[in-house]
Write a new protein. Sequence first.
Length: 345
Amino acid sequence: SEMYHAQIHLYKHVYNFVSAMALKSVMELGIADIIHNNGKPITLSELASSLKLHPSKISVLHRFLRLLTHNGFFAKTKVQEEEAYVLTPPSKLLITTKPTCLAPIVKGALHSSSLDMWHSSKKWFTEDKGLTLYETATNESFWAFLNGNHDSLIMFQEAMAADSHMFKLALKECKHVFENLESLVDVGGGIGGVTKLINEAFPHMKCIVFDQPQVVANCSGNENLSFVGGDMFKSIPSADAVLLKWVLHDWNDELSLKILKNCKEAISHKGKKGKVIIIDIAIDEESDDPELTELKLDYDLVMLTMFNGKERGKKEWENLIYEAGFSNYKITPICGFKSLIEVYP
Ligand SMILES: OCc1ccc2c(c1)OC[C@]1(O)c3cc4c(cc3O[C@H]21)OCO4
C-alpha cells in the first residue's frame, strides 16, 4: 500500500549513511587493492586471511561485502564451485595504485570533520548569523580548520588532487579548449594537481598555479609551471585563459561575481581572444537522470553547509556570467557529473 511504500522510502533515507560508511570501511581496509593484486576472483576466506581478520570477523566481512555487492561495488563469481568476489568499475576507483583512485575523496568527504557538523543543523537553522553550518558547529571556517590541521590539509589536497586525475581523462575529450593558449592561470589551483596535467599535455603553455600564499608556499614548478601566491578577491595574474576548477561552487553569487570580474581583468590584455574556463557542476534537472541530479543536489548541500557555497543550474550560470560582464559562454559536460563552461569577454 501507499503507507508501506512511504515507510520503505523513509527508512531507506534514514539508513543511507550505512552504505556510505560500509564503503568507507572497504576503502580503509584496502580491499580493492587486495582483490586487484590477487589478479583473479578472491574467496571470502582468502580475503579474510590477507586482511589478517580474527575468525569471528569473517562473517562480518561477508555481510559488508553482501551490502556493497548489492549496491554494485563488487560482483560474485565461482572459483572451483566456491563463491568469489571481483571488482566492478566503481570499486576499481578505490585501487590506490591507479591514477584514477578516488579513495582520498571517500576518506575526506566521510571524515568525522566533514560529518560532525550535521548534528548542529537545528542550531544553524535557528540562528541568523550568516555562518556556515561548519562554523556554527566548530566556531571556525573549514579553511581555517585546514590551515590549522596539517593532516587534514594534506587529506583535503589529496582529495582535490585525486579528482584532478579524473580531469586527465576529460582533458583528452576537451583538448580543443586549451589548444593555442600561450598562458593559463589556474585560480584556486592548490598544489597544482590540474595545472601539472595541463602543463604535461601542453608543454609550451606558460602555466601559473594561483592560490593563497600559505597554500603555494613550498610548491616548486618548472620553466613553464610556476606558483604564485595572492588573493583572487583582489587581483589575478594576467594570462590568455583563467581556469576555475571546483572554485565558484565554494562561493555565493556576490563573491563569485568578484572572482569572475577579476578573471575578466586578468584576460583583458587578450581582448576577444581571452577566455575563462569554469569546471564545476551544472544542475540540469530536465535532461539529467534522477541519480545524477541527486548527486548534484547532494553536492549543493555539501557546499552550502561547508562554505555557504552553491551548485548552480544552467540558468544561474548564465545570469552570473552575464552579470560579471561577459558576452558569451558554452557549456560542455565532462567527468561524468561536472561541466566545462567556456566564458568569453
Ligand atoms: O570546492 C572544493 C571542494 C571540493 C570537494 C569537496 C569539498 C570542497 O569539501 C567537501 C568535501 O566533501 C570534502 C571535505 C574534505 C575533504 C575532501 C572533500 O571533498 C568534498 O578532505 C577533508 O575534508
